[in-house]
Write a new protein. Structure first.
Length: 165
């Protein structure tokens, strides 16, 4: 029997690089390239980030990056392995989407390793994004590199009443 996990959400907040680094380092199968990990850590400091806590300690984070008034990206996110499949990722998505809708964002994208790569961990990641309402848009072999095809997935967050809002 699964016991519901008690966790809290904070944010979106700025300055969450320490939380980002702690969690990304616990996920080497997804974030094992040191230079990329450090790029994420640097960027997160200046981007809105939702943080999930269990018993006061960081358990997950979700950082968004707004590219245009209507469009944003699920820039980087992670949940400590001990808390996978317990609702934290879904809750962070809901909080971040609420925040983005309040800003007038109507499209949310996420980039992940594409299905032409056989990695089973990323197959599970793509399945999670699909459960969150994302659909695959296009796979790019040239965005990252030939051995790491980038799949762009998109989600419609809602309708704007005017193009100029």
């Amino acid at each position: 029997m699964n016991i519901p996990l008690a966790f809290s959400l904070e944010g979106p907040l700025l300055g969450q690089s320490p939380v980002c680094e702690l969690i990304l380092r616990a996920l080497p199968d997804w974030f094992g390239v040191e230079a990329a990990l450090l790029d994420y850590v640097r960027a997160v400091n200046d981007l809105p980030t939702v943080v999930a806590r269990v018993e006061g300690r960081p358990a997950g984070f979700f950082t968004v990056k707004q590219h245009f008034p209507q469009a944003a990206e699920a820039y980087v996110l992670g949940v400590l392995p001990a808390y996978h499949r317990m609702g934290i990722g879904r809750a962070m998505f809901e909080r971040a989407e609420e925040y983005l809708r309040a800003l007038g964002v109507v499209y949310l994208q996420v980039k992940t390793l594409g299905p032409s790569h056989p990695d089973p961990g990323y197959a599970a990641t793509r399945a999670f994004y699909e459960r969150m309402g994302f659909c695959p848009l296009e796979e790019f072999r040239q965005l990252w590199d030939e051995s790491n095809p980038c799949l762009v997935m998109v989600k419609w967050l809602g309708r704007r009443t005017s193009l100029h809002e």
